[in-house]
Write a protein that binds this ligand. Sequence first.
Ligand code: PLP
Ligand code: COI
Length: 364
Amino acid sequence: PRRATVAMTATVAPPSLEVGAQNLDWPNIGFEYRPTRSFVHYRYRNGEWDGGALEPAGLDATVPVSIGATALHYGQSLFEGLKAFACKDGSVRLFRPTANAARMARGAARTLMEAPDEALFVEACARVVRENLDYVPPYGSGGALYVRPLLYGAGPRIGLQPSDAYDFLVLATPVGDYYKGGLGKPVKACVVEEYDRAAPRGVGSVKLAGNYAPDLKPNTEAKQSGYPIGLYLDAGSRTYVEEFSTSNFVGICGETGKYVTPQSDAILPSITNDSLMKLAERSGMTTERRPVAFDEIASGKFSEVAACGTAVVLTPVGSIARGGSEYELQHNTEPGPTCLDLYTRLTDIQRGDAPDEDGWTHVV
Ligand code: PLP
Ligand code: COI
């Protein structure tokens, strides 16, 4: 009976799909999981990947998983996040999918998983977007189709060993702002004091599912205390800034105008951060990737601080709390000028409104 239900659900998009045809309340969709028509599911078995199948992506969508799957028992699971944008010329473009493919491959190497190669990764992402074009928020709505690739050990093991079977699925869901108010409203941050995100020589630099479960409690507690975003310090000395829960840290130096972002092996190398740095350099700004002491925040060195990542884009931070003190940034009610400029230049490229000099966008 279950098979019959699946077979009856149309997973293949009709050929005439139009961007945004789903008529959601696009400007107000926020960042939550919304069902779409289909996700794409590839399987690695007996040493090779299959051609992938489209499966229905309703709210009740499931995948069969071995009760012994290494993903469930030992956390052998990696995810990625990227966005597809509707452009004025009618095209839909993924932003830097090859960079996500490379990051997933690095994570797979660290956790002894079989990764899809770049071509498979990019095609899987493009395919899910093409099949769900009507869920892509229209040009001008401010939203994007968030694409979530997921790779996990699907085969059973009871001793600690890597799986020999892997599932790679890519789902998509339309999203708007991660934090309410988006760019326009700086968020209040607090330093996470009771917990660390990633150990020195640990796995903070890969997008391992298991890096995120430990953040659920600190993240929820921070939100409940009035801080939508938590900032992690280095676990070794608790002296240096690492990153926010789901995004990298960017500071704009008040005196020099430099773009400063922390250097640490425990940070996730953000593709958004890399892109913003390149844009900053192109406009003549100096950029620095180096250890950033928390004291630099406390002493007011930065005129602007922002969180950057696929989901949060570039979200200005208005203040950072630590140990009973609130360190206010100069621009705490509206985005600072540098953030605003970088945000505009990045999103213009993503939406095809500015030339893509680096070949970052990929038409689906
Ligand atoms: N840092 C963490 C911990 C993240 O989860 C993310 C999100 O992917 C980022 C940074 C930003 O990375 P990217 O810009 O590649 O999305
Ligand atoms: C992203 O920005 O794509 C992420 O993966 C962050 C996620 C935890 C919401």
